[in-house]
Design a protein around this ligand. Structure first.
Ligand code: ASP
Length: 326
């Protein structure tokens, strides 16, 4: 049985990040360049992976701070291609930590995979004295080989997080990710999975949602959705500047705005006025919270609807994907 699991075929897609980063000095965990080491070399640096049925493919080689729709489109296509292969049990994606949660959410929304798609990363470059990437990669390959696993998840520092909840919460520590109130799905201990919650709900009938993929394949860009914050002295200047710019260049007109409100999604009255002007001009405005934890708990009628259980970064994507349909 253990041999069977070992021989389950997994595909590792490289996209760059710190896990593939290189510094000029071994002790340097911050002054490195992300996205330098090829994914095949990353695997070669993890001896327990030798002999497993693994395939590698370099899809991109970037610092994930620069992530965008073009790479997502390409990545979603490659993930779907491999998921459709009967012999492939799961896909692992090596990724930078900065936008990992956005890529995970995007892939989950678009593909709803019936097999595991596991994003992993590192907070220290491959050249660090004690890099965290190799263990994360090994754990991710383990999760991608689990027969019961499905959906898009992130694996970092021994924890498994759902795409819906995973958030980078620390700028330096190796356990940089958290799932907020939901908590992680489970953990990986010495190659063994321990689950606390079920895998994300499985919605696609086949190995992935072909209609979801088709929706993003035919477009050049996602509908423009801007992300703003409410804060002390917020006065809507940014909102009005966007509307003024769009008056000159209509293609820059935002289709949506996510506003990260204070506390339970509350907004400075002055910002609210500017957002009302945007709404009157046809912009879809939704409210999230800038609090690191919790959600906007519905409190009666509000002129700007709240998003459910999503961070502002994910709310921006959810709205952009919803606007694709309109
Ligand atoms: N800037 C890097 C990236 O997101 C950070 C990391 O991977 O930890 O690619």
């Amino acid at each position: 049985m253990a041999d069977e699991i070992q021989m389950r075929r997994r595909v590792i897609l490289g996209t760059g990040g710190t896990i593939a980063g290189r510094a000029s000095r071994a002790g340097d965990n911050v002054g490195y360049v992300a996205g330098q080491v090829g994914v095949a070399d990353l695997l070669a640096g993890v001896p327990p992976l030798a002999g497993l049925a693994l395939e590698v493919e370099q899809v991109a080689q970037i610092d994930s701070k620069d992530m965008g729709f073009a790479v997502w489109q390409l990545l979603a296509g490659r993930v779907a291609h491999h998921l459709a292969r009967d012999e492939v049990a799961g896909v692992v994606i090596t990724h930078g930590t900065d936008t990992l949660e956005e890529t995970a959410f995007f892939l989950q929304q678009v593909l709803q995979p019936a097999k595991p798609v596991v994003l992993t990363c590192a907070m220290r470059p491959a050249t660090a004295l004690v890099p965290d990437g190799p263990q994360n990669l090994l754990d991710a390959v383990t999760v991608a080989g689990d027969a019961a696993a499905h959906g898009v998840v992130a694996v970092c520092a021994g924890q498994i997080h759902a795409a819906q909840h995973v958030t980078k919460v620390h700028s330096y520590r190796t356990d940089a990710f958290d799932s907020g109130d939901a908590g992680p799905i489970g953990c990986v201990e010495e190659g063994v999975l321990r689950l606390f919650h079920p895998w994300p709900a499985q919605r696609s009938a086949g190995s992935f949602d072909t209609a979801g993929l088709a929706r993003i394949q035919g477009v050049k860009a996602l509908p423009r959705v801007e992300w703003l914050n409410s804060h002390a002295d917020a006065d809507g200047t940014l909102v009005r500047a966007l509307l003024a710019l769009a008056a000159q260049e209509p293609e820059r007109m935002p289709r949506g705005m996510v506003v990260a409100g204070t506390g339970n999604g509350t907004l400075h009255w002055s910002l609210m006025e500017a957002l009302s002007e945007a709404q009157a001009a046809g912009v879809r405005v939704v409210r999230a919270t800038r609090c690191a934890r919790g959600r906007v708990v519905p409190a009666g009628q509000n002129r700007f609807p709240e998003v459910s259980d999503l961070s502002p970064a994910k709310a921006r994507l959810a709205l952009a994907l919803a606007l694709l349909e309109v």
